[in-house]
Write a protein that binds this ligand. Structure first.
Ligand code: AMP
Ligand code: ZN
Length: 666
């Protein structure tokens, strides 16, 4: 029997939905990303050719693109309550007593982790997501459906329609892995790191462009189903049902027969929470029976049938010895707290980030203060308060610096920027060396034989003032410097010379244009093909390129409006750096490996390592430095490390030889 187009579209959607679920909810993909992409492209094509079958809940709509200027306010069908907090087992016993006064029968409890993100209410009708709402003030919130549709672990259409209409509540979070990766990328492109996953998650939900939201590593963990005709009588069963329908419900959920079992659950997770892939700040305990929940009811703000137990954040007290100020390569100033070293969550902490002037003012942090230091999801610990009782009598409020600590230029702070900046771009030593250090770094020009200290040394001795000066260096100038020998000087010169062969997109990234990270640089190189096209591109032209927004476009225009940058580019042209996509590199380019991620390990015969990596990228593949469940293949040469082999085995990632690889790209 011949399938109609509509049947074909339906079947593809169902299949892709299932794969989405396997990947994002179960964490067990059954096809490669490559196959997934092919199917998605097929569906996209069918949908474009047959617009009468458009469906907002199609898997193709996950990429977003819908822009909301103002979010509509919606009144929640049932109120979104907050939770009573408790901080001790005594508090919980009191809660149990209060319940016993209302309910005579036996009470069972459920324990769940308290996910730390932004709450969301989703409305489903006839098995389809129709609306997503923020909590707002509990009575009414913002409608953010377009943004929520892009979160891949949220089902747009459910497997099992257990009632015609229901609401489900959950917490939108950013898992730590994704958060750290996103921050690394931001730092690389000269942007500030986000300070914590929770704020970033809730901020992401309110972005106007849903295509931007789609790029954020958002996830959603669910904790409550509401519906008048639910075919269940307990909270636990409701969540089980939701799980079957395709919602992500962590399996940490547990039924406890009495309050002692609740205490046990808390004790276990107080320790184990550090192993979780996301942040949690406590446990939520709920009365399991829906009938009993109804009997207990609500106060004005909170349900009487649930309570949150807050874990003590890992916090220590220590003395703030000094505030120092760092100047980044973009001129951004970051205040840093230098602390009396102290043990915290398994590491010795000596420094904590103070973020910016507002942060210092907010807590009135002063040198000599005894401060509370906490470790959350962030890489660097933070100061969360001051023990005022311990404040020295003669202490003075912190006067934030007004001038650059390195070049003494008056700092500026533009509206909307949290940070102060040193505007002395070409005269401020840490900005000068920072840009050169970025230029030589591994992901940029990858200049062998040079490190951050070498740059400082060369700069201090007046040999380089910008990255173009590197190409004028002679071994005879380097040899006389501290800790330098003939051999190391020669290596430096060789490394610099070799960098002239670095492909265009690396050069583009190395230039250090603010907001132009690795990915953007690749995009630009592919689109504009050579530096002249890019330099001539207008603002409108730039913003028309996929993924290039206003901020990036403006930054690129500013960069090329600067005469000294033009001089550098001209010098690069003269020196023979790669300022265009070479014919050769384009000839080899295919899309055979799109969607596949490779890890390269060991020594190879037919390729050198960088050559192999380049070949993977040229064919559309991605390279990762460590093996994870997202790795599709490991290409192993001689001497592949045993720990990598073990990891590959345990995750079931196939290990292939370079010959296998060559066959793949044939
Ligand atoms: P609070 O914001 O401190 O009043 O705490 C209430 C919020 O905790 C709710 O609005 C939810 O967004 C959030 N929450 C996180 N995990 C859970 C959970 N397992 N059960 C209920 N609420 C949760
Ligand atoms: Zn400065």
């Amino acid at each position: 029997m011949l399938e109609t187009i509509e049947q074909k579209i339906r079947a593809l959607r169902a299949e892709l939905r299932q794969h989405n679920y396997n990947y994002y909810v179960l964490d067990q993909a059954t096809i490669s990303d490559y196959e997934f992409d092919l199917k998605l492209k097929t569906l996209e094509k069918l949908e474009t050719e047959n617009p009468q079958f458009f469906d907002v809940n199609s898997p193709t709509q996950r990429v977003g693109g819908f822009v909301t200027k103002n979010f509509n306010t919606v009144v929640h069908k049932s109120r979104m309550y907050s939770l009573a907090n408790s901080y001790s087992f005594d508090d919980l016993k009191e809660w149990e007593n209060r319940i016993a006064k209302v309910i005579e029968a036996k009470v069972l409890y459920t324990c769940e982790l308290k996910y730390d993100g932004a709450s969301i209410n989703l409305v489903y009708q006839n098995g389809q997501l129709v609306r997503a709402e923020t909590r707002g003030d509990g009575v009414q919130g913002d409608e953010i459906t377009a943004n929520v549709r892009t979160i891949k672990s949220i089902p747009l259409v459910i497997n099992q329609n257990f009632t015609d209409e229901f609401e489900i509540r959950g917490e939108i979070i950013i898992p730590l892995d994704g958060f750290n990766k996103m921050n690394e990328e931001r730092l690389e492109s000269g942007e500030d790191a986000y300070s914590n996953p929770r704020n970033t998650a809730s901020g992401s939900l309110k972005l106007q462009d849903s295509a931007e939201v789609a790029k954020r590593p958002l996830d959603c963990l669910f904790y409550q189903v509401i519906g008048s005709k639910l075919p269940v009588d307990t909270h636990f069963k409701a969540l089980e049902l939701a799980k079957k329908a395709g919602f992500k419900i962590p399996n940490t959920l547990k039924i406890c027969k009495n309050i002692d079992e609740v205490f046990e659950f808390i004790n276990v997770w107080d320790k184990k929470r550090h192993e979780l892939p996301y942040e949690t700040d406590g446990v939520v305990i709920k009365v399991n029976s829906l009938q009993q929940q109804e009997e207990l009811g609500f106060t004005a703000k909170i349900p009487r049938w649930a309570i949150a137990y807050k874990f003590q954040a890992e916090q220590v007290l220590t003395v703030l010895k000094e505030i120092s100020y760092q100047v980044g390569r973009t001129g951004a100033i970051t205040p840093v707290a230098n602390l009396e070293p102290v043990q915290l969550a398994g590491t010795i902490v000596k420094r904590a980030s103070l973020h910016n002037a507002d942060q210092i003012a907010k807590f009135d942090i002063r040198v000599g203060d005894t401060v509370f230091v906490e470790k959350g999801g962030e890489i660097i610990p933070k100061i969360v308060g001051v023990d005022l009782k311990k404040r020295p009598k003669n202490s003075l409020p912190t006067a934030y610096i007004t001038h650059c600590p390195d070049c003494h230029t008056k700092l500026i702070r533009t509206e909307g920027d949290a940070k102060h900046f040193c505007p002395n771009e070409y005269g401020c030593p840490p900005q000068i060396t920072g840009r050169i250090q970025h230029f030589i770094s591994r992901k940029a020009m990858n200049i062998d034989g040079m490190g951050a200290e070498t740059v400082e040394l060369l700069f201090k001795n007046g040999l380089i003032l910008n990255y173009a000066d590197l190409y004028d260096l002679k071994a005879s100038q380097i040899i006389p410097l501290e800790r330098m020998a003939e051999k190391s000087a020669e290596n430096i010169i060789k490394g610099i010379e070799a960098s002239k062969q670095m492909p265009f997109e690396k050069v583009l990234f190395a230039l250090g244009i603010r907001f132009v990270g690795e990915t953007v640089a690749k995009k630009l190189a592919k689109h504009y093909k050579n530096i002249d096209n890019l330099m001539c591109a207008s603002y409108e032209n730039l913003t028309n390129v996929d993924e290039i927004g206003e901020v990036i476009a403006k930054s690129i225009i500013d960069f090329f409006n600067d005469l000294s940058n033009i001089q550098i580019i001209n010098k690069f042209k003269y020196l023979g750096l790669q300022l265009e996509l070479t014919q050769k590199s384009r000839e080899h380019e295919t899309e055979k490996l799109i969607g596949l991620t490779f890890v390269v390990s060991g020594v190879f015969e037919k390729f050198d390592r960088n050559g192999l990596k380049k070949s993977i990228e040229d064919n559309g593949g991605k390279i990762s430095s460590s093996i994870s469940k997202n790795t599709n293949y490991i290409i192993a040469g001689d001497n592949m490390g045993p720990s990598k082999q073990e990891k590959a085995l345990s995750l079931g990632v196939p290990i292939i030889t370079e010959d296998d690889y060559l066959k793949m790209i044939e």
